[in-house]
Write a protein that binds this ligand. Structure first.
Ligand code: 1CP
Length: 344
């Protein structure tokens, strides 16, 4: 089967006329029109919960740049809001959860959420987007991996170290496994309803999997990703799935064996070496250092071409950053990035 979309073709490791490109956090604060719409909504959470405005900010980067995919505007922590855990997005601090999960009692008190009802606004945004998007621009739905969502639920905020989470892993592994199991079930329901609403590919963000040693990584993160992948593939066999990890170079082969179609790479791995290690089993997505967006157009072009040439003339490359667009990069550099990738 051939696709009318470069992005879906590359995910299926089929030849394309030029590499597809989309960017993590392509909607966001680096765009003045995003800041204006967010102000109109009143807050980040209100923006996510207003389908017309969430649809608008999803489309904003596509009006400016020749991107090959759209990503739903939402957040991996909206399920914490649906669980009533007091999620707040604090301007200078990022996410804060006022009722973190640290004990068996906290876990027992977690409500059984019903994503189709409790996160109805997400599905409404997806339906609006599918009406607006041209047929060659697929819509990516997403969720956090259970480990990465648990990181915030246990810690109560974003940090570099997540010591409360790691302390719980060593001190009460059964409790953490019970939380991860619960999040796995919720995530399968949440994501399958995104597909029913119109998402054409799904991405799992395992941003904090790289905190773990290889044995713990398999047990506390990858095992639950594998369960989600198997459940979704049983429901939707041809649905493409992408797994992103930060600091995940050590586990490339293990991640390629979970049944996902593509791996998202951060910038600390050479994409050509990664391709040799995983072969044609999965497509690769990445992996420009977002830091290059602060350099000159010449350096930006040079680094983009280095990644394209390191990957080589094989099918299965989706160009992206190694992590999200920082909030203060000049939008002109994003245009240079996208156009340079398409020039090949
Ligand atoms: O307006 C604002 O300032 C809010 C900033 C913001 C945005 C634009 C947050 C808060 N979330 C989002 C949207 C978002 N988050 C999207 C959709 C938009 C797009 O990509 O274009 C996606 C896919 C996410 C995913 C997400 N949220 C991740 C995984 C990817 C990653 O960045 O590693 C994580 C870890 C989060 C949590 C989160 N939400 C917001 C912030 C600032 C953070 C990270 C905080 C931290 O570093 O701990």
């Amino acid at each position: 089967m051939t696709h009318s979309s470069r992005f879906l073709s590359a995910l299926a490791r089929q030849p394309v006329d030029c590499p597809p490109v989309w960017l993590m956090r392509q909607a966001g604060r680096y765009l003045p029109e995003y800041r204006a719409t967010r102000e109109q909504a009143g807050s980040f959470l209100q923006l996510c919960k207003t389908p017309e405005l969430a649809c608008e900010v999803t489309l904003q980067p596509l009006r400016r740049f020749d991107l090959d995919a759209a990503i739903l505007f939402a957040d991996i922590l909206l399920i914490a809001d649906a669980m009533g855990l007091g999620l707040q997005m604090v301007e200078t601090q990022g996410p804060v959860i006022t009722q973190p999960i640290r004990s068996a009692k906290d876990l027992a008190n977690l409500p059984h959420i019903h994503p189709e009802h409790d996160l109805a606004y997400v599905y409404q945004t997806i339906r609006l987007l599918r009406k607006e998007l041209p047929s060659h621009i697929p819509l990516i739905g997403f969720a956090g991996s259970p480990w990465t969502v648990a990181a915030y639920l246990v810690e109560g905020r974003g940090t570099k170290e997540f010591y409360a989470l790691r302390g719980l892993m060593y001190g009460q592994p059964d409790l953490l496994h019970a939380l991860l199991h619960y999040l796995t079930e919720v995530t399968v329901t949440y994501l399958s309803a995104q597909v029913k609403a119109g998402a054409q590919a799904l991405m799992l963000f395992d941003t904090w999997g790289g905190l773990l040693n290889p044995v713990h990584y398999l047990a506390f993160s990858l095992e639950y990703v594998r369960q989600i992948t198997h459940a979704l593939k049983a429901l939707y066999p041809s649905l493409p799935l992408i797994l992103y990890s930060k600091n995940g170079a050590a586990s490339l082969e293990a991640r390629a064996g979970t049944g996902v179609d593509a791996l998202g790479l951060d910038w600390t791995v050479d994409i050509g070496h990664a391709r040799q290690r995983v072969g044609q089993r999965v497509a690769l997505q990445g992996n420009l250092d977002p830091g290059v967006l602060y350099s000159s157009p010449e350096t930006l072009r040079k680094e983009i071409r280095a990644i394209l040439s390191s990957f080589g003339p094989y099918p299965g490359h989706i160009f992206n950053l190694g992590h999200g667009i920082p909030l203060d990069v000049p939008p002109d550099n994003i245009k240079i990035l996208v156009d340079t990738v398409h020039e090949g």
